[in-house]
Design a protein around this ligand. Structure first.
Ligand SMILES: Nc1nc2c(ncn2[C@@H]2O[C@H](COP(=O)(O)OP(=O)(O)OP(=O)(O)O)[C@@H](O)[C@H]2O)c(=O)[nH]1
Ligand SMILES: [Mg+2]
Length: 220
């Protein structure tokens, strides 16, 4: 098979990430595309692009073009243009910030308005981010689920910080757009394994007790 024939098997998908400022859109895009995370908040002015190639079942190579849109663009003139013709939309909120969940109504209205004028209907998913801060959650999971059911949206809980379910979310949205079914093994494979580090304390500092030989296992 020639190079050009191989390339022609690649599919391109555009996914737009929307939601309030500081809910973690850039962090999600960076976690997915670059496997990195920064604690420092740097507001996105306008838009950023990320590209990531993944392989779906059947050896299908898909390039995801991820448009990370600054939270401040709501109400701006350019937003329609960013959303127009997209195949996927991630509506992101911060599970510790109720306002960011409520404001998704406005973001979702924008998506519906733009797509009334376009022929393509994007696949839309609701993404609750920062699940590593579960103890600070202010948006109940059943509120999230109800919003999904009422609007027929995909549903995800993720953490850009730990990487929990981030790849899975993008992979499933891509599969949904292309009409590909993922089996259980493929879904499990893309779920991140939480690392448990074995820490060896020096004998005199062992917090269990010096006669107990067991090791301490900490979940990070
Ligand atoms: N604990 C925790 N912090 C996160 C997570 N995701 C993002 N953050 C932090 O939240 C802050 C905002 O993240 P960004 O990704 O810049 O937010 P954004 O949605 O792109 O914001 P705008 O560009 O202003 O629209 C940063 O300090 C991140 O480190 C997460 O999953 N867990
Ligand atoms: Mg940003």
């Amino acid at each position: 098979m020639s190079d050009s024939e191989e390339e022609s098997q690649d599919r391109q998908i555009k996914i737009v990430i929307l939601g309030d400022g500081a809910c973690g859109k850039t962090s999600l895009a960076m976690r997915f595309a670059q496997e990195s995370f920064g604690k420092q908040y740097k507001q996105t002015v306008g838009i950023d692009f990320f590209l990531k190639r993944i392989t779906l079942p059947g050896n299908l190579n898909v390039t995801l073009q991820v448009l990370d849109i600054g939270g401040q663009t709501i109400g701006g003139k350019m937003l329609d243009k960013y959303i127009y013709g997209t195949q996927g939309v991630l509506l992101v909120y911060d599970i510790t910030n109720y306002q960011s969940f409520e404001n998704l109504e406005d973001w979702f209205s924008m998506v519906k308005k733009v797509n009334d004028e376009s022929e393509t209907q994007p696949f839309v998913a609701l993404v609750g981010n920062k699940i590593d801060l579960e103890h600070m959650r202010t948006v109940k999971a059943d509120k999230h689920q109800r919003f999904c059911q009422e609007n027929n949206l995909g549903s995800y809980f993720v953490s850009a910080k730990t990487g929990d379910s981030v790849f899975l979310c993008f992979q499933r949205v891509a599969a949904e757009i292309l009409g590909i079914k993922l089996n259980k093994a493929e879904i499990e494979q893309s779920q991140r394994i939480v690392k448990a580090e074995i820490i060896n304390f020096p004998e005199e500092q062992n917090p269990v007790n010096s006669t107990n030989q067991s090791k301490i296992c900490l979940l990070q």
